[in-house]
Design a binder for this molecule. Structure first.
Ligand code: GTP
Ligand code: MG
Length: 223
């Protein structure tokens, strides 16, 4: 027992030390740079769309850097030692970007244009729009690697980009809030209702897309 406690204590101290180190701060800074790079690329695409097609594909863009506590918790959950190498190799969402679009087709268009750029490496695609999660969650997730240029050279950093429609984002924010409401007693009923909402939202996205296509067709605009 004593041994275990000692081990836990040492581990805790280690992880705190790691999160407080200059190297950790430098790594977080590199993730911040990677976020800025991807955000700029998305803004450039948005501006170009607006010029060419007279519309902006995204409604909003949010970025976030995972907190040190959340990084430590995830490493522990994955059974990994708290090291900088493990963060870089095994955590894909330290740098996160969420792009919310009005229309589903713009999600795929933006994702295609972004991943087609020759400095970007696409590591993984999780298409929860074509294959929604069991609970009804829908979004397109990409794990990218983007180079950042530092004083001592080029480094590739991982960034998670989530693309959603406004309706999908609405659903996900309600779902997220409910997950943290532990006092809910009839979970089954809530899950069923949420899933039904996800289906309705999916139909709504499709209908809105159809309407836009009809409007564009009548205006003689195509892509
Ligand atoms: P994490 O360990 O949470 O990062 O999950 P993962 O590595 O299995 O990846 P996944 O692509 O499934 O989920 C990544 C992120 O998508 C999460 O951190 C959430 O932001 C979002 N997400 C995934 N599933 C759900 C869901 O059911 N509801 C909500 N609200 N968000 C979700
Ligand atoms: Mg995550």
């Amino acid at each position: 027992m004593k041994e275990n406690l000692k081990e836990i204590y040492t581990q805790r101290t280690d992880s705190c030390d790691m999160a407080n180190s200059v190297e950790f701060t430098a790594l977080m800074n590199q993730y911040k740079c990677a976020i800025m790079e991807v955000e700029t690329k998305l803004n450039v695409l948005d501006a170009e769309f607006s010029l060419n097609y007279d519309r902006n594909p995204f409604e909003s863009i949010e970025t976030r850097l995972k907190s040190p506590a959340s990084i430590m918790e995830k490493l522990k959950r994955k059974g990994l030692e708290p090291t900088l190498e493990n963060i870089e190799e095994h955590l894909f969402d330290v740098a996160g970007i969420r792009v919310v679009c009005a229309f589903q087709e713009d999600i795929y268009k933006l994702a295609e244009l972004l991943t087609g750029q020759d400095d970007i490496r696409l590591l993984r695609t999780k298409d929860y729009i074509q294959n929604p999660k069991e609970n009804g969650y829908r979004s397109l997730h990409l794990i990218l690697e983007i180079p950042i240029f530092l004083a001592d050279g080029k480094r590739y950093m991982k960034v998670e980009v989530q693309f959603r429609t406004i309706a999908m984002d609405f659903w996900a924010s309600v779902d997220h809030r409910l997950r943290y409401k532990k006092e809910i007693d009839d979970e089954g009923e809530i899950q069923r209702k949420l899933k039904r909402c996800a289906t309705i939202i999916s139909q709504l996205d499709q209908e809105m897309q159809d309407i836009r296509n009809m409007i564009e067709k009548s205006n003689g605009k195509t892509e």
